[in-house]
Write a new protein. Structure first.
Length: 102
């Protein structure tokens, strides 16, 4: 085996290893997402995962704690029973409470 052939084989093996690692990471992320659900009204200000309503763009843009129209991923099956300060609860749908004025 020449040095050039050995180098090419080594490079190919490294590329295959990276591809397999990347696929495993994507599979884990997909599995994790399947075990989560969007829960509205549970995120602290600036810590939402998305959907922060009018005047915001997306992740990390909620303006107030427990903003009802912003959501955060939580463990599947826990949102509707999640208790928060001030007799608030999480919701699987957007809420009208704690929404800052535009």
């Amino acid at each position: 085996m020449t040095t050039k052939t050995a180098f090419n084989a080594s490079a190919l093996a490294g590329a295959v290893a990276l591809a397999v690692t990347g696929l495993a990471a994507l599979s884990a992320t997909g599995a994790q997402a399947a075990e989560k659900e969007k829960c509205f009204g549970v995120a602290m200000a600036g810590q939402n995962d998305c959907a922060a309503g009018p005047g915001t763009t997306c992740a990390g843009t909620s303006k107030v704690d427990y903003q009802g129209n912003s959501w955060k991923y939580v463990e599947a099956g826990t949102c509707a029973t999640m208790k928060l300060p001030g007799d608030r609860m999480g919701s699987l749908t957007a809420l009208d409470r704690d929404v800052p004025k535009a």
